[in-house]
Design a protein around this ligand. Structure first.
Ligand SMILES: [Mn+2]
Length: 334
């Protein structure tokens, strides 16, 4: 499915038309359509980097179609009191080209993200497996330098596998590879939501040696996510810009069953949405992604809907920050 499409008329019904861009924003067919945009959505429909259950190649399509309220794009945010689509020019460039190998997929996404960054827009990548963070960070490093951005990483897993002889499961290693290959400084990487059996002690040692910081789910439980996000915002804000990468498996499987490597004991959707909103409003996002949505394991589509809302929260927060306004929430009536 091509990520179409502008409605045939300005008020096309939601069940009509030949396909969907994210929230029915305009489809940008090439660099000339990107000019002047603030945010560009791009799909990364590949899962050749998965270690267990594949399926995330269907993620971008599922996220885009998780909800359609028809055109034109309008989504006023109840708690912020503004509509991101009234403040930002958001386009969807469709999916990055993919190939039969993970390196071909990464090359296509690297080019697409670079094109968006050079146009001055913020790329929002719909995954796809988490290996996509490697080409995203490579493009960010070209654009901002390896010390020019922080990374806030929500995930069950640290994705810092130690690989030897160049052999690795790609979605388990984007952050170790990016640090080792010089696309990001380990001291600029902060993780939230770790739990379960992995990383192993050797990987934690590597992370400590490289200055990577993390907050496990136990810390979230003891200190509260609000306090941890405050600390993460302060730490990430020491660099000019921030890349926000959200692995949907940071959510508890009760909220997000549709993912390849679920792990019980995670965040609620409500917690994640508020955290994303606070981060996007406080920091200057240079890129964002939502990864690991796997529609074959998502029969109720709640995982894709959660990912859709994560993107909407970020868009609303970016709009608030750029508008210079204070939040004007709809207050309780009584
Ligand atoms: Mn991950």
């Amino acid at each position: 499915m091509t990520a179409n499409s502008e409605p045939l008329d300005a008020h096309e019904e939601s069940y009509a038309g030949v396909g969907l861009t994210f929230c029915r924003v305009p489809f940008a067919r090439g660099p000339e359509d990107l000019a002047g945009s603030d945010v560009a959505v791009v799909g990364a429909p590949f899962d050749l980097g998965t270690s267990f259950r594949p399926g995330t190649r269907f993620g971008p399509r599922a996220i885009r179609s998780a909800e359609d309220v028809g055109g034109p794009s309008a989504r006023p945010h109840l708690e912020l009191g503004l509509d991101p689509f009234a403040h930002l020019r958001v386009v969807d460039i469709g999916d990055a080209p993919v190939g039969p190998t993970i390196s071909a997929c990464h090359a296509g996404l690297y080019r697409a993200v670079g094109e968006i960054l050079r146009a001055g827009a913020v790329p929002i990548v719909l995954g796809g497996d988490h290996s996509l963070s490697l080409p995203v960070m490579r493009a960010l490093s070209d654009h901002l330098g390896p010390d020019g951005y922080s990374v806030i990483h929500f995930d069950t897993h640290a994705d810092t596998a130690i690989y030897e002889s160049g052999v690795t499961t790609e979605h388990a290693a984007p952050f170790s590879r990016a640090v080792n290959e010089g696309y990001v400084r380990g001291t600029n990487l902060i993780q939230i939501g770790l739990r379960g059996a992995w990383p192993f002690p050797a990987e934690f040692d590597w992370m400590r040696d490289n200055g990577i910081r993390w907050h496990s789910m136990d810390q979230v439980e003891e200190r509260g996510l609000t306090a941890i996000v405050d600390e993460v915002i302060a730490a990430a804000g020491t660099r000019p810009r921030t890349y926000l990468t959200v692995d949907i498996d940071v959510l508890d499987p009760a909220f997000a069953p549709g993912t390849g490597t679920p792990e019980p004991g995670g965040l609620s959707t409500r917690e994640l949405l508020r955290a994303v909103r606070r981060i996007g409003a406080a920091l200057d996002l240079c890129a964002m992604d939502v990864v690991e949505v796997s529609p074959p394991y998502d029969p109720s589509r709640i995982t894709a809907l959660a990912a859709h809302r994560v993107v909407l929260e970020a868009l609303s927060a970016i709009a608030l920050r750029r508008s210079g306004r204070q939040p004007r929430p709809e207050r309780p009536s009584g």
